[in-house]
Design a protein around this ligand. Structure first.
Ligand code: GTP
Ligand code: MG
Length: 507
């Protein structure tokens, strides 16, 4: 259940189609109009795009005289537009089209219909339709805090949206978006950030009755989806029908939002139950936190499946994201996975995201997993720290883990650097490198969160003594007349359990 939520929230390895409920398959008979793009050695970075009645024409300025005012994009900043148009097949011109024999045309039609069918793919046992998505980076004016940059943000968004090969990347201008929608047969436009009311109005104004805009709070973080009913031509005759469709979209959306909110609530309740059950077991809880894709889940799986450490099946069934980790020296702790952090989290999802992190405030140690091979590792660390500073967790000790050391150019240098620092362990969750050192570091750190107790344990409570050995750090034991006197560091929760015996000892 939780895994399902986190995968919905932040790691959709599925196409946007699966996530969007009111889905409209594009009309397979719709003619995709050609882009005419002159590619020659003098090709300038300026391109002109204009929306023709039948579609979009993109021309180099010296080749065509335009009858309608062109939409102009200029200079280096618009190289992305180039990329979009370059990627598209430079199609045949209309005259060539006319020259085609009717049998060739029929063949082409069959091929296009086959192409449509081919876009239905089987993923994880579900049939999904591959949509053509166009990703747009939104840059906030004067946003100096966000050091990720548009390029990186779009790269990340590409991973999030899907491994969909029909993804095109562009940046910003409404005119370009419109051109791309027509030229590439785009069905979905995904923005990497929330849009302001002004931006939404602007889009609506430009697209008019052609596009149903819906800013969906249930959608993926950072994704705002826009439906393009491209089967209807600009200013087409079927406007009334389109409006009806928009109403239907909105109704379905509202229902889906309701369903998802209920599901979220149920996830929270379940997690609370797990938590209550866990607190009855006096084992320290270690939470893995970190940026999405840092390797948290891989680390959890590796630790419980590597043979070095054993997974407790009981706990695996209790809570799919928490495992009991036992180290060779007999010590153990509970390791819990959390949802990955991400930049540009939409305001509507911040509360839901925080709710999933509620339980980390009850852990004895936070392990911050970092993908050290990532070029923006520092920015990701900062993003995670920023969210952590907003949660009530400042008093919980932390350990940083530099993961994916197998992926860096010079693993030895990185390991040396990690050694120089306190509180940093260097590992490869994938191949198991450094895991034992990591567990020892966890043990050391856990000691910081433990309290010192001296307790006299009656002989008939022998199981308590073995638990102290398991979860705490025992310094000394002495056999007394009426029990065992033990001096140890133990987790706070466990110290509370020992309170009556501590009093005996003190008095
Ligand atoms: N080369 C390499 N790849 C790794 C390592 N650890 C994880 N990966 C890969 O990184 C990707 C992300 O790993 P996950 O464990 O899913 O990352 P996560 O932090 O749980 O991500 P979220 O659940 O989105 O927050 C996967 O493809 C892993 O195989 C590592 O040590 N080395
Ligand atoms: Mg994960």
């Amino acid at each position: 259940m939780t895994a399902c939520f986190s995968s919905f929230l932040l790691r959709p390895s599925i196409t946007t189609t699966e996530l969007c409920f009111p889905w409209h398959p594009p009309n397979p008979n719709r003619k995709i109009y050609p882009i005419i793009l002159r590619k020659d050695s003098n090709f300038s970075p300026r391109i002109f795009a204009r929306v023709l009645q039948q579609g979009t024409g993109v021309v180099s300025p010296d080749e065509f005289s335009l009858q309608t005012p062109p939409v102009e994009t200029k200079g280096d900043e618009k190289k992305d537009a180039h990329r979009v148009f370059d990627e598209f097949v430079v199609a045949d011109s209309e005259s060539e089209d006319k020259a085609l024999s009717s049998s060739t045309r029929a063949k082409k039609k069959r091929e296009s219909e086959d192409g449509f069918k081919n876009r239905f793919k089987l993923r994880n046992g579900r049939e999904v339709f591959e949509e053509r998505a166009y990703l747009v980076g939104v840059e906030r004016k004067g946003d100096t805090e966000n050091s990720f940059g548009i390029e990186e943000s779009l790269k990340e968004l590409t991973q999030l949206a899907s491994p969909n090969p029909r993804t095109y990347i562009g940046s910003g201008k409404v005119a370009e978006i419109k051109s791309a929608i027509y030229a590439l047969g785009v069905e979905t436009v995904i923005f990497d950030d929330e849009l302001s009311a002004g931006q939404l109005r602007n889009l609506e104004k430009t697209f008019g009755g052609d596009v149903a805009l819906a800013q969906m709070e249930y959608q993926l973080p950072r994704l705002t989806k826009m439906w393009a009913h491209l089967e209807r031509q600009a200013g087409g005759k079927v406007k009334g029908m389109g409006e009806k469709q928009i109403e239907v979209d909105k109704r379905i959306l509202r229902t889906q939002i309701g369903v998802l909110k209920k599901e979220l609530e149920s996830v929270r309740k379940h997690r609370k139950q797990y938590r209550n059950r866990r607190t009855s077991v006096p084992v320290p809880v270690v939470s893995l936190v970190g940026y999405t894709n840092a390797g948290k889940s891989t680390l959890l799986n590796q630790l419980t499946g590597a043979g070095v450490l054993a997974e407790d099946k009981l706990f695996a069934t209790l809570d799919p994201t928490t495992r009991r980790v036992q180290i060779k020296n007999g010590k153990e702790f509970l390791l819990t996975d959390t949802v990955g952090f991400i930049q540009k989290l939409p305001t509507t999802l911040v509360a839901a995201f925080r709710a999933t992190l509620e339980e980390i405030s009850e852990s004895s140690l936070l392990v911050h997993v970092v993908d050290i091979s990532h070029p923006l590792a520092q920015q990701q660390i900062d993003a995670v720290n920023k969210v952590l500073s907003e949660l009530d967790v400042s008093s919980i000790p932390r350990l940083m883990v530099w993961n994916k050391v197998d992926k860096v150019a010079s693993p030895e240098t990185v390991k040396l650097e990690a050694n120089k620092r306190d509180d940093v362990a260097c590992i490869s969750a994938l191949n198991g490198d450094g895991l034992l050192d990591f567990c020892n570091a966890v043990q050391e750190k856990l000691k910081d969160s433990m309290v010192w107790v001296e307790a006299l344990i009656p002989f008939e409570k022998g199981e308590l003594l073995s638990t102290i050995h398991q979860v705490g750090m025992v310094e000394r034991t002495e056999y007394m007349e009426n029990g065992t006197l033990v001096k140890a560091h133990v987790p706070l929760r466990f110290a509370r359990l020992l309170t009556p015996m501590r009093q005996v000892c003190i008095t």
